[in-house]
Write a protein that binds this ligand. Structure first.
Ligand SMILES: Cc1cc2nc3c(=O)[nH]c(=O)nc-3n(C[C@H](O)[C@H](O)[C@H](O)COP(=O)(O)O)c2cc1C
Length: 183
């Protein structure tokens, strides 16, 4: 089993990292993790070449992600909420999924993506409304051919209670792993 994890947080031991850790602890198989703040993946520059040609002409860390997306079983999107959205760095990376949009819309081709399960983890310092960030995350999961999506797992009020002490979120993170592990 293969799982692709997108981490939108800059904080290496922060709330999002804690919950990703709780998933990984139970997760079977192998995983690839993209840390949006520390990857060499650059944002889409709308060169529009993928409107005619499959793949992406930008040759960077995303090449491996495209390959992994052809075969992996699960995708996890995990991010702190910044202004109620996924972080900008995560959206930079995600903009490179545009080639799949182009396949459908412009090239009229089927993508070579495996059908996957998906899940979303969101953290927030305030009392939080995850709707905007969750909607974006689901849109991205669909772009990666993940349509069986676990309910959103959130840890809010992290200013007062870090995710490491949020028993409910930790349990739900574990449940994501169990959901992914199920055949
Ligand atoms: C630029 C910025 C914007 C933020 N916007 C929100 C927000 O809209 N809603 C919220 O609940 N928390 C917001 N926060 C707080 C973070 O989401 C929160 O501290 C989160 O737990 C950090 O997760 P991390 O430790 O994984 O990075 C913001 C933080 C920063 C730095």
């Amino acid at each position: 089993m293969k799982t692709l994890i997108f981490n939108g947080s800059p904080r290496k031991n922060g709330d999002t990292a804690t919950l990703i850790g709780a998933v990984k602890k139970e997760l079977k198989g192998e995983f690839m993790q993209i840390d949006a703040y520390y990857t060499d993946i650059s944002p889409c520059i709308d060169c529009r070449i993928c409107r005619e040609k499959s793949g992406c002409v930008v040759n960077d860390g995303m090449t491996l992600v495209y390959k992994y997306l052809e075969e992996c079983d699960n995708v996890l999107i995990a991010s702190p909420m910044y202004f109620s959205e996924l972080t900008g760095k995560l959206l930079d990376v995600a903009s490179r999924l545009q080639t799949y949009f182009s396949a459908r819309r412009f090239r009229k081709e089927k993508t070579n993506l495996s059908r996957k399960k998906g899940a979303v983890i969101l953290t927030g310092g305030g009392s939080g409304n995850p709707d905007k960030a969750y909607e974006t995350a689901v849109c991205l999961l669909h772009m990666m051919n993940a349509y069986d999506i676990y309910k959103p797992v959130c840890s809010f009020d992290t200013d007062n209670k870090p995710a490491a002490f949020d028993e409910n979120a930790l349990t739900e993170a574990k449940n994501i792993a169990e959901y992914f592990n199920r055949k």
